[in-house]
Design a protein around this ligand. Structure first.
Ligand SMILES: [Fe+2]
Ligand SMILES: [Fe+2]
Length: 471
């Protein structure tokens, strides 16, 4: 296949950044340790460059989000190389015992996932080894610590969880240091013990302090940041509540559908839930044009179906603008853009067909793109299923199952889910999850006794109050 010009440009851009970071890092190492020894600088930069390229290829091939947004690659390398430099600087000025993979690995794991956290531990080990070759055994223990850190911080959702992991890692690192002393790889020094124990908790303070800035600048959010957005205090959600209450209600209901489904198929339920809260924020601009916010009057009755299509499609564009303006996560912007994919607005298409039977179906399609990751695919399915189930009223389990199956199959056959990464077994699990949520949300309540409104105080209570002297 012939590579396109834009693909070559993107590749060159990536290599350019990689080269820049590699030489920058190697240059800093040379200042710290080798007083401008250019032979060592060149060999170090070559090694760092190779490690970076090796990591980059591995990352790009396996991580969906890295392929979607160059911001991911850039942020990953900035954090990785800068954390390597800061750890080295601390090691150079205060002693090698303060070298730790904890800071870099924790930041990368909570932003990009466990695998990349573990790959970063390998990179940091290589870079630390360049500067402190005589302490290779201690650095090898740092590599092990990096692996364990990535494993322990992969599902962190609250800041306090990071602190408890930090103390645990400190204890493990002391254990490993004592083992190295026991086997003769390092000399015992009592002051090393408290220094080693303190590095992870102290690093946690910097991780927690830096995280909001990294998230705001890169628009790549950790689960901690996503949960903050999901507490419904965000100004965009507040304006959705007041300006488009029907849309807000629809978003919160479908968020439960998306969250349970994401959990069932093993992708990120927090991204699915909080992304769902924001998927229709574009409706704030013209709330009255959407059925869930209408109160009797329908403005579409006064306009042509073609214009109705344009107004409805505009909620995608407005949503993207709002997501960019408020620096919402890049993945939320994708979810806003992709939640209708390239589907046809059947209602207005049919209405236009009644007027002109030759009307073009493609003129009534959303612009897309189609969902490009699992959580976005789930959102598309949840959006359609929630709307369909709501429109047909209360259904029993079998009928609700049929409605969900029909909607999911329809979207699958329209090939809207081709790029989402959802498999057929995922779709079956999603259907089950949606059905479970629907049935739970529509359970019958015990009816209140007849002939008595809920606010009436029972006669028995009144009698007992009189008896106790209350009026
Ligand atoms: Fe929508
Ligand atoms: Fe929606």
């Amino acid at each position: 296949m012939k590579p396109s010009l834009s693909a070559i440009k993107t590749l060159a851009k990536k290599k350019y950044y990689l080269l820049f970071f590699s030489f920058f890092l190697a240059f800093l190492i040379s200042i710290l340790f080798w007083q401008y020894d250019w032979k060592k600088t060149l060999s170090a930069s070559f090694l760092v460059l190779l490690t970076n390229i090796f990591l980059c290829e591995g990352v790009a091939e396996n991580n969906r989000f890295f392929k979607m947004h160059y911001q991911y690659t850039l942020t990953f390398y900035v954090i990785l190389n800068l954390s390597a430099f800061f750890c080295l600087a601390i090691g150079a000025y205060f002693g090698f015992e303060l070298l730790s993979t904890y800071f870099g690995v924790t930041l990368i794991t909570i932003l990009f996932g466990r695998k990349l956290g573990q790959v970063s531990a390998v990179f940091l080990f290589f870079v630390f080894s360049l500067a402190f070759p005589s302490h290779w055994a201690f650095l090898f223990s740092c590599l092990l610590i990096g692996y364990i850190t990535a494993e322990l911080t992969r599902n962190v959702k609250r800041r306090i969880e990071l602190s408890s992991v930090a103390f645990l890692i400190g204890a493990i690192q002391i254990g490993l240091y004592l083992l190295l002393v026991l086997f003769g790889f390092e000399r015992f020094r009592a002051d090393f013990l408290w220094k080693i124990a303190l590095v992870p908790p102290a690093s946690t303070v910097f991780v927690i302090g830096l995280l909001p800035y990294i998230e705001w600048i890169s628009r790549i959010y950790s689960n901690i940041g996503l949960l903050e957005l999901g507490n419904l205090n965000h100004p965009v959600l507040k304006s959705l509540i007041t300006r488009a209450p029907g849309t807000y209600f629809h978003s919160t209901v479908l968020a439960s559908f998306a969250e349970v489904a994401a959990e069932k198929i093993g992708c990120n339920p927090i991204l699915a839930r909080v992304g769902s809260f924001f998927h229709d924020i574009g409706k704030i601009t013209r709330p009255d044009y959407f059925v869930e916010n209408q109160d009797g009057e329908n403005p579409h009755d006064r306009i042509k179906p073609q214009i109705s299509h344009l107004v409805l499609s505009d909620h995608i564009k407005s949503g993207i603008e709002l997501a960019q303006k408020h620096r919402l996560p890049l993945l939320f912007e994708d979810m806003v853009a992709q939640h209708h994919g390239t589907r046809v607005q059947t209602f207005f298409y049919n209405k236009a067909k009644e007027i002109d039977p030759d009307v073009d179906e493609d003129a009534f399609r959303y612009e897309g793109p189609k969902p490009s990751f699992k959580e976005s695919g789930i959102l598309m399915l949840a959006d359609s299923c929630e709307a369909a189930l709501k429109s047909v009223g209360k259904l029993d389990s079998e009928k609700a199952r049929n409605v969900i199956k029909k909607i999911v199959l329809g979207i699958f056959e329209e090939r809207e889910l081709d790029n989402s990464g959802l498999s057929l077994s995922d779709l079956e699990n999603i259907e089950e999850a949606f059905l479970g949520v629907y049935l739970n949300q529509n359970r019958s309540r015990i009816a209140y006794p007849q002939n008595r409104t809920w606010f009436e105080v029972p006669q028995k209570t009144r009698a007992s109050e009189r008896k106790n002297g209350k009026k």
